[in-house]
Design a protein around this ligand. Structure first.
Ligand SMILES: [Zn+2]
Length: 246
């Protein structure tokens, strides 16, 4: 155990045992944008043993305000590769791999099965739905986050819990007003807030701190307030029906 873990080891809720669980954990991050950069930074610095960073996009100058793992020299380079390089320098003792192809179908399922937990910080509903469905099928915990304008959302879905709703129980169809921050704008640290909370939830999962998997947290940066909305398992949810998890 390294002295860099001392503040975790001093925590009653983590301890040496919990830190070993963190070191033995594997997290898959979908998207290395503003949310993914923040989440991955804390997962790496906390010593999560294996991180898999998935993003097929390249760094654009408009990303630099909030995607804090990238510098102006990285513009045009693959985000997942640059992110993985930076994360390895944060904590040389962990393993970081990058996936630069678009994850869908079997490659998505394989990547999810290789992880203990999935953090989805992607920027579009099509991917969120696919990731949700694959997590339900694989029985993997899914931490989902999004950020747009001055608003953020966070939810933890637990197919490992009985009667837990899924992302499609929450969203029947894509809500395009929540897609694509290029058209909508986003205050730079808001994705960082959400990504950081996702890292907290992932560490809680690794060390066994219980979390509520039936609630959507809405962060409003304008009022500095969080609102909690109860999510119910939806009778007509196609994903839950297909998994037999009803
Ligand atoms: Zn569902």
């Amino acid at each position: 155990m390294l002295s860099r873990d001392a503040r975790h080891i001093a925590l009653q809720q983590v301890g040496a045992n919990g830190q070993q669980k963190i070191a033995a954990g594997t997290a898959l991050l979908i998207g290395a944008g503003g949310i993914g950069c923040a989440a991955a930074t804390y997962l790496a610095s906390s010593g999560v043993g294996r991180l898999i960073i998935s993003d097929f996009d390249t760094v654009d100058e408009t990303n630099l305000g909030r995607q804090v793992l990238y510098t102006p020299e990285d513009v045009g380079k693959l985000k997942a590769e640059i992110a993985a390089q930076r994360l390895r320098t944060l904590h040389p003792g962990i393993e970081v791999t990058s996936i630069t192809q678009r994850l869908e179908g079997d490659t998505l399922s394989t990547a999810i099965l290789a992880a203990d937990i999935v953090l989805d910080g992607c920027d579009n509903f099509a991917t969120r739905f696919q990731v949700n469905d694959a997590c339900v099928r694989a029985g993997r915990r899914l931490i989902s986050g999004s950020a747009i304008r001055l608003e953020g959302q966070l939810a933890v879905f637990g197919p490992d819990y009985e009667n837990s709703p899924c992302y499609r129980c929450l969203y029947v169809e894509a809500d395009e007003s929540l897609d694509n921050c290029a058209g909508n704008g986003v205050l730079a640290p808001v994705p960082g807030v959400i990504g950081t909370l996702m890292a907290v939830e992932a560490l809680k999962f690794f060390v066994g701190i219980d979390t509520d998997t039936s609630v959507l947290r809405l962060y409003d940066a304008a009022t500095t307030e969080f609102r909690s909305v109860r999510i119910r398992k939806r009778e007509a949810c196609p994903t839950c029906a297909a998994s037999g998890a009803r």
